[in-house]
Design a protein around this ligand. Structure first.
Ligand SMILES: [Zn+2]
Ligand SMILES: [Zn+2]
Length: 343
């Protein structure tokens, strides 16, 4: 059986913490998009991994975080321009909605304050502080974070991630971003590989589940040109990925931000993607599809539940970091077959 994973970068105002001019309309739509997405996932009973920025678990803060090695400047926008907009800094209610809305979603980690781990200026001390704070505040909610999504997919400090008991992360999409002509070719002629990925185990024992399709990668001109001809090309790609996943027991990994859900067309795109995920491959729309076997289906799973059977070990010697062994010894971190993957 193939798998489809949907990971969600849940960040509200934090996605633009380091921008001089935050994109106001996207920021504005983040909260409503979050709730719309929760509703859609519930409607189709599709679980997702919600990678939540740790700061969003707070109900209030001092606005400065003087003990955080990233420096108080990092939080300046949140305590100045957005001082009166607590809806962008905190998300207790939306997080509750994830927990209450039906399918067994996973809550994962999107760092504490949206620091790019792969950026050269991000020291190990800062990365450690980001993870420690995220784990602590999630623990207050009774949530054990084991999957991570790196801000801007900028992968870094994986050893620290493993040290703190994480098991998996979303890796960068393998191909570089599709160019404009390539997008048009994909739409017009169906060129290109279906969006499938192969999870691998890295040298720290972490499972890297790369992204295969950003659900808002066809915007602007490519979308305007192709939509009247073939409909929404993203839906086409999602369906192609699902077909390939079912055919090869593969993994299709879709991702989005809640703030991408602006306007009817975008809501319809997610609706159609989830409907396709839900029904596996029992296409009933009369379009020409390759034939599939009765049992060729796709299950929607969270990052932590991606089947391990399909993972390939990278050619590194596997090494268990010190603190990880400590966590195993203390019984905090229990890595074993079947552990936690029943949900
Ligand atoms: Zn704060
Ligand atoms: Zn982000």
């Amino acid at each position: 059986m193939g798998s489809v994973v949907i990971s969600v970068d849940a960040e509200l105002g934090w996605g633009s913490v380091d921008f001089d001019t935050p994109p106001e309309s996207r920021v504005e739509s983040a909260r409503s998009g979050w709730l719309t997405l929760c509703d859609l996932l519930a409607e189709y009973d599709v679980p997702a991994t919600w990678a939540v920025v740790g700061h969003l678990f707070h109900e209030s803060c001092d606005g400065r975080h003087p003990d955080h090695p990233v420096g108080t400047e990092w939080f300046v926008q949140k305590r100045k321009e957005w001082a009166d907009r607590s809806a962008l800094r905190y998300a207790a209610d939306p997080i509750e909605t994830i927990r209450d809305s039906g399918p067994a979603h996973e809550v994962g980690c999107h760092t504490y304050s949206h620091v790019e781990f792969g950026a050269p200026e991000t020291t190990e001390t800062v990365a450690t502080a980001e993870l420690e704070r995220s784990l602590d505040v999630a623990e207050e909610w009774g949530i054990d974070l084991t999957s991570a999504v790196y801000p801007r997919n900028n992968v870094g400090h994986r050893r620290v991630l493993a040290d703190y008991g994480f098991e998996s992360y979303r890796g960068r999409q393998s191909a570089s971003r599709r160019s404009f002509p390539e997008k048009l070719r994909t739409v017009a002629f169906g060129f290109g590989h279906p969006p499938l990925v192969t999870p691998t185990v890295d040298e720290y024992g972490l499972i890297d589940i790369p992204a295969s399709l950003f659900l808002f990668s066809f915007e602007g001109a490519p979308l305007r040109l192709s939509q009247p001809v073939v409909g929404d090309p993203v839906i086409e790609l999602v369906e192609r990925g699902l077909a390939a996943a079912a055919d090869s027991d593969g993994v299709s990994h879709l991702w989005l931000h809640p703030n991408n859900l602006v306007g009817d067309a975008h809501v319809q795109r997610i609706d159609a993607s989830l409907r396709a995920s839900r029904r596996g491959l029992s296409y009933d729309d009369g379009r020409d599809r390759p034939p599939f076997r009765e049992d060729d289906r796709v299950g929607a799973v969270s990052l932590r539940a991606v089947p391990r059977s399909g993972t390939r070990r990278r050619r590194f010697s596997l090494r268990y970091p010190r603190r990880r062994q400590l966590r195993v010894a203390q019984g905090i971190y229990n890595y074993g077959p079947g552990h936690r993957h029943s949900d």
